[in-house]
Design a protein around this ligand. Structure first.
Ligand SMILES: *Cc1c(COP(=O)(O)O)cnc(C)c1O
Length: 362
């Protein structure tokens, strides 16, 4: 095998090596099945065991209460931007807290379904900040309030859920799902595409409180009907079997190798700290995008004094096997995505490279 690099891609992103090895080992023949997971019916017993175990793992990791359904859907997080409003708006207003690029995209899709209102917008700070509790006033009769728990591009992350009272909180957790424990009861819906922190592209996890499924209007196309998808246990049509299988392996890894989300959270905080400490002690050579109290532990966005220096940094890092550090085109600079599966050693090497680069160019 060619040497694997440390891949800081924002998504699709690094997967745990033991998961890839297991998938490789079992690719030709699932133990006891005699066929690949790629070749068996989604209604067969072996696949039913896989999808049920994937759900059970998520339920264990997040301590998901019984009155929530766990769905495995297709269409990515961006289909949920439209599908959730389509199902639960009921003619009321969908409220949005905009903390970055993905929140704005979610809002644009909700507008295709009904009335929306922006209750907070971080545009003035170039999405480097988050609202404080006293800056938020949500209406009591809103259909829901939508947040993006981690803005992948700007690198800002909520550490506490905004209090929305009785109005259901809807959260796009695409780039920080499973990075830490959360209290699912605070959410009406928590959804995430898999390809950042939970598995490969192709499957989207939707954790939804049961009573919200009663809001689904009649007459929706079946594949957009959350109630019907939930009633069919995500098996209304052929699900993305392989992606669900790998998601099961990732959640096995979190449970058995890592030891749960509290442990994962400690590891993630420590890894992120290595990079932010380097930014903070660089005398302004590295400038973080996010305001320090809003920093993401998943996506570390930073820049140097000139785009030329950023480009040099990205190029020289890649030559040392530290790849995909270019920031998103809308923000520029550099971005290190350090999801659950990024080994600590990769972050240590990046930290050391940052110190070396500062010495040579500062
Ligand atoms: C990547 C990402 C998305 C987009 O997901 P798709 O599966 O490509 O639709 C949405 N929201 C956030 C926060 C993301 O990081």
């Amino acid at each position: 095998m060619e040497n694997r690099v440390y891949n800081f891609s924002a998504g699709p992103a690094v997967l745990p090596l033991p998961v890839l090895k297991k998938a490789q080992e079992e690719l030709l023949c699932l133990p006891g099945v005699g066929s690949s997971v790629l070749e068996i019916s989604h209604r067969s017993k072996p696949f039913m065991e896989i999808i049920e175990q994937a759900e059970a793992n998520l339920r264990t990791l997040y301590a998901i209460p019984d009155n929530y359904k766990v769905l495995f859907l297709q269409g990515g997080a961006q289909l949920q931007f439209a599908m959730i409003p389509m199902n639960i708006m009921q003619g009321n207003v969908g409220e949005y807290i905009l903390t970055g690029s993905w929140g704005k995209k979610a809002l644009a899709q909700a507008k295709t379904q009904g009335e929306t209102k922006v209750v907070w917008d971080g545009a003035d700070s170039k999405y480097s900040t988050l609202p404080t509790a006293d800056q938020l006033t949500c209406s009591e009769n809103a259909a829901y309030v939508h947040i993006t728990s981690n803005e992948t591009i700007e690198g800002v992350q909520f550490t506490e859920e905004p209090n929305t009272g009785d109005v259901p909180l809807i959260c796009d957790s695409s780039s920080d799902i499973l990075c830490r424990p959360v209290d699912i009861e605070k959410y009406g819906v928590l959804y995430a595409c898999a390809q950042k922190n939970a598995g490969p592209a192709g499957v989207t996890v939707v954790i939804i409180r049961e009573d919200l499924l009663e809001r689904t209007p009649t007459g929706l196309p079946v594949m957009l009907d959350l109630k019907k998808l939930a009633d069919s246990k995500s098996l209304l049509n052929t699900p993305p079997c392989f992606s669900i299988y790998v998601l099961k392996l990732v959640t096995d890894w979190l449970l058995n190798d890592i030891g749960g989300l509290a442990k994962m959270y400690d590891m993630n905080k420590e890894k992120a700290g290595l990079l932010y400490d380097t930014v903070d002690s660089s005398d302004g050579f590295y400038v973080g995008h996010a305001s320090p109290d809003c920093r993401s532990i998943m996506n570390v966005s930073f820049r140097m004094q000139t785009p030329e220096l950023d480009a040099k940094f990205i190029k020289e890092a890649a030559a040392q096997g530290l790849t995909t550090l270019k920031g998103h085109r809308s923000v520029g600079g550099c971005r290190a995505s350090i999801y659950n599966a990024m080994p600590r050693e990769g972050v240590v090497q990046l930290r050391d490279f940052m110190a070396e680069f500062l010495k040579n160019n500062g």
